[in-house]
Design a protein around this ligand. Sequence first.
Ligand SMILES: C[S@@+](CC[C@H](N)C(=O)[O-])C[C@H]1O[C@@H](n2cnc3c(N)ncnc32)[C@H](O)[C@@H]1O
Length: 288
Amino acid sequence: MTAGQALADGALALQAAHKESPFLDAGLLLAAAMGYSRDKLLASRSEQLPDYSLKTLRGYIDRRLSGEPVAYILGYKDFRHLRFFVDRRVLVPRPETEHLVELVLEMLPARDVLAGGAPIRHHDAFAGCGCVGLSIAHERPDVKVSLSDASGDALDVLSENAKLLDTARPGGAVQWSLGSVLSAAAAPLDGISANPPYVSSSFVDEMDTQGNKEPRMALDGGSDGLDLYPLIAAQALPLLKHGGFLALEIGDEQGDAVSRILAAAGFSGIRVIQDLAAQDRVVCGVKP
Ligand SMILES: C[S@@+](CC[C@H](N)C(=O)[O-])C[C@H]1O[C@@H](n2cnc3c(N)ncnc32)[C@H](O)[C@@H]1O
């Protein structure tokens, strides 16, 4: 069988099972099974597929058909400029979370060029594989970044990524620790980011019955998905410097509710940022 035929077979099997982006996914899985880049795969469609690659591809397609995300099968997910190792212990980073990183990069104070100024400090809570906090650390090497998560499993994945991405820098490496909500964060902070679980429990139940493989702890935000936001807002305020900011990813119907939660906690300058699909995605507030 040629690579092109294997690609078509794989894509048709995924399409028949109503998987999203069947052709893209089959291409990624076939490239991984052959040990090729996707570009090399496109130029090799007439090549005969060795038996071991075909067997590997069929195993990958079966895993995808059983509901496993492509990122778990490949063992990585690309996010902004970096590649993150992921497995079943963490949520797969979503492209829309890149808006949270963009907002943090926009809000963080500019680098203090005068020697002796206080270091700029940022904390990313609910860190998962580290895609938000480690991206910020990578793009702002002058900022001291700390990360935390309540899952020891997630922190193990995060620590692999911190080592792989070599986030050590002059003035100290990125730090991470176990802790619920913001209990592991230390004042004074210039910024706090978080992508907490915000899916309603009933919707996660439905996802589970359809074969969801991501950790329930990374998704389930309680009956309306909003359980954690009041806690985050209350704990963030005393940790932030005056003028410091809190940036939170939200579900697309949670913009008004989370804005009200931030206002009630004492934040000002509250704004909602939309994603590329024009859905509310990030809420941000400033400590007066
Ligand atoms: C939606 S995932 C976000 C992961 C990552 N920041 C991302 O954007 O892909 C939420 C994360 O919050 C963690 N988590 C759940 N409940 C928590 C809590 N009460 N305190 C701290 N972290 C929690 C989960 O382990 C999970 O890694």
